[in-house]
Design a protein around this ligand. Sequence first.
Ligand code: TRP
Ligand code: ZN
Length: 882
Amino acid sequence: MKDNQAPKAIYLKDYQAPNYFIKTTHLTFDLSPDKTLVNSELTLERNEQAEEGAPLVLAGAQLTLLAIEMDGVALTERDYSVSGESLTLHPEAQPIPRSFTLLMTTQINPKENTSLEGLYLSKGMFCTQCEAEGFRKITYYLDRPDVMSIFTTTVRADKEAYPILLSNGNLVDQGELDDGRHWATWHDPFKKPCYLFALVAGDLACSSDQFTTLSGRTVDIKLYVEPHDLDKCAHAIDSLKRSMRWDEEVYGREYDLDIYMIVAVSHFNMGAMENKGLNVFNTACVLANPVTTTDDRFERVEAVIAHEYFHNWSGNRVTCRDWFQLSLKEGFTVFRDQEFSADMGSRAVKRVDDVRLLRTVQFAEDAGPMAHPVRPPSYIEINNFYTVTIYEKGAEVVRMIHTLLGAEGFRKGSDLYFERHDGQAVTTDDFVQAMADANGYDFTQFKRWYEQAGTPELEVRDEYDEKAQSYTLHFRQSCPETPKQAQKEPFHIPVKLGLMTQEGDELTEHAGVVSITEAEQSVTFSNVPSRPIPSLLRGFSAPVRLKYPFSNQQLKRLMQHDSDAFNRWEASNQLALGELFRLLALYQRGEPLVLGEALLDAVRTLLEDQASDPAALALMLTLPTEAYLAEEMAVIDVDGLHAVRQFVRASIGQACRDQLMAVYRRNLTPGDYQPDAKSIAKRSLKGVALAYLATLDNGDDKRDAEVVSLCEQQYRQANNMTDQLSALRIAVHAGWSLGGELLAEFYQQFHDEALVVDQWFSVQATSPLPTCLDHVTTLLQHEAFELTNPNKVRSLIGAFCANPAQFHQQGGAGYAFLADHIIKLNAINPQIAARLVAPLSRWRRHNEQRQGLMQAQLQRILAEPDLSPDVYEIASKSLGAE
Ligand code: TRP
Ligand code: ZN
């Protein structure tokens, strides 16, 4: 791409209110795959702040304008001008009046729309995705969230091919047309920005239920799916009803329409979309049953259903003023869904899962070329800012507000926020202001979390004064440089902490939350009878990197006795981390590796523990991933980390064989499959034990026959996908000939279940065997693979790039493979192509040789002639050119 064609950034500081508002929007769709007509009748009103005759510029992309009228008078080409991205009105006869109607007819081609943004086809079904700026691919409009309108939508289509016609709100009328077509009209009584508009038409089956709200209103629940997926609806509907109840109980928020619809679609760029009254879901985030769906996926469905439901208040009733405020709805809604899941299952397990994601993916983003604040100051393509920083770090920021105010204070703040801003499009400042006003709390310094990028480091030293019986913690915070932000001001960091005696007893009077606000700050505790062990950052109370020189002895104590479940896990994690890096140093010096006693001893203790929650034990027994370990290194040693981690796994397998076998047998879940927390916990611990045992084998000649047959038995006797898939993965990744056999059988059994085939692709793409890339390349030709389906791309290409040892293989074949597909996808689906650039963007963290190979692929991508703004932004920022 040449410089003069480079897409331009837009800036928060340039925000201006719109010149006009759109009071009502009447849409009529005549659906046909390659020639859909969209009729749009808008009533507009000038913003009182705008001057008379202020220009009206409507956004529009890939549209053919067939007709345009203003107040019933057809406009001629002298009255308006159309460019690639907009339609500007400058009527010759008279200036634009204070209020007027605009009528437009545009033609679009859903069949050719592979970007999955705007109106498109998925397996013969029409559906829309308008967030963030997809509505402009449907008709000319003020496509910005601060323009909120009342929508009425008529859909016309062939009755046989599209018996179901849906849009937002309530069905007001329907009927038949001649020529085999029919129509339906929907009206949404709540004003909304156009990014929440939705339309669906197709041959769909429906699973129905009802929910009675706290005030006694009945809400119809309708989940629309392909007929063969009707057996996978129950879990989503159950999750929805529990979400509706939870939002009433915890936030006092009721649902506001008489109907709540969800549609499952196979081709979808993200997880799901909260369109008012008509959510559209990626099939992967809504369909579930025991035979096809793992426990992890059951939990994910529950979380995404809740997330989209919670958006009805945090997102729809109160929406964003502009896209710089995206975390206003996403950070808050993720926090809400995290808390919901915590209440439904194990709070500690949920927190550990969330923190693991944050530390691997978000910390990496915050340390790379795409680092941005929770409220970014600028962007080139907004689709690139649906990031872990906006979502997960944004949720951490809301969580810190919750920690500082307490549950009651937070609820006062959220009540005020919803009351004050219902029906408005607002900013993150408005959110924080409501929290501040409801509690008389000063969040001035705290707001730096929205403005400064980068993960702060919090170093802690301590001192014990035996004579004075006092204990002092010295904190020092700093934050690394990020793009365009060299200097950082100190953050307001809530540190939840407690002190424990060397014997493991909590000094309860010293537990609490301290606010660290200075670059350096000390906190002294008196009446401390002996040197305590500090339990710091309990529940991971702030998204920082904590540095305190724990000894293995202290970690072992915390692991066993800390009253904070998260920190018990964190202690086990730190213990493993310390051992892995000790071994890595030996590895790098070419010295022999011997597993240290401290970690082995801790593992043995965990394997003997029959009292604790098996899910917590499973997490504590899982070694830090290579991705997490990589995040802790200045220069990532891909090969060293892989070798050392494999060594530790095998050493534990060898040293603890009998105990692992016992754990395996203690955690069988005989009888019918149950997706409850207790059974899920047992299956996960059993899976961890089997994975360790599988390391005993060194290829088919020296195989530990008992382990292989245990694995085969688990696969063949499984009555659920969790057990079946974990056995398959273990057999395939171990390179056993059994793995090949099971892969073939598995595909045979599930080739009609698209989501299971996705898992089958992923198992193969994440194999540590050196043949992995060749194998993945072959699978691209497989009958079930489809480059136009994001789920397939993620499960094969995406999964391969998250397989460190194979993606980063010597010679750079993994990088070239990825670049080839980014280039192909750039022309098909820019959003998906851009997301795939992330693994290459981290080139600065690797050794020189890999740096060169990765940069070369980024340069190759940037040299492409028709690069989308999406891919351009990430590739150019990665190379430091932007
Ligand atoms: N608002 C959606 C959510 O978080 C995100 C989303 C769904 C999205 N589909 C999208 C964002 C497409 C950008 C493009 O729930
Ligand atoms: Zn969301």
